[in-house]
Design a protein around this ligand. Sequence first.
Ligand code: CUA
Length: 227
Amino acid sequence: MATWSNFNLQNSASPLMEQIIFFHDHTIIILIMITVLVGYLMINLLFNKFINRFLLEEQMIELIWTIIPSITLIFIALPSLRLLYLLDELNNPLITLKSIGHQWYWTYEYSDFNNVEFDSYMIHYNKSNLNNFRLLDVDNRVILPMNNQIRIMITATDVIHSWTVPSLGVKIDANPGRLNQTNLFINRPGIFFGQCSEICGANHSFMPIMIESISIKNFINWINNYS
Ligand code: CUA
């Protein structure tokens, strides 16, 4: 989860989020190199005394400063496309979680199991205590098994919401009348937080997502004893 003055991305808890962080760092390095180069050139332009009254065109430099940026863009575009297609890949999911956005809470359904369905509301900050995460804790957590491919189906009943969990690299809109699909793979136990990220109304800030990742043995135990 995000902690105080965390400027960077949250730590990843899934292989796809790890790839997203690698891509982010890669792109930032290229951006820094461009900024330094252009900054150096601009400062140099301001503080030199080179004057040429008859210079109107120069084909070679035009060619160079067109081709170099396009090659740079390819170095960003190819890893970006690779990531885009990796994020969409879903291989043999073990279970499916259906997540339905409402104003202003989430409903979850474990469609592989009969009658496992519950609402997930934020715990009101006046009623929370030091054991809760303020504005992030919910009354009913999403329980998911770690080290497994999980399919997420997302929809909404009223307005557009967005099911977003930064540490798992998931961000997908919940649209009324449409069923969206994404996938996640959690590679460690723990609690992971997310928030709605479509401006969906007055209590948009107060419909957090809380995922509890546990071992598959404990997950089977939980789903068997679900009443
Ligand atoms: Cu739901 Cu913002």
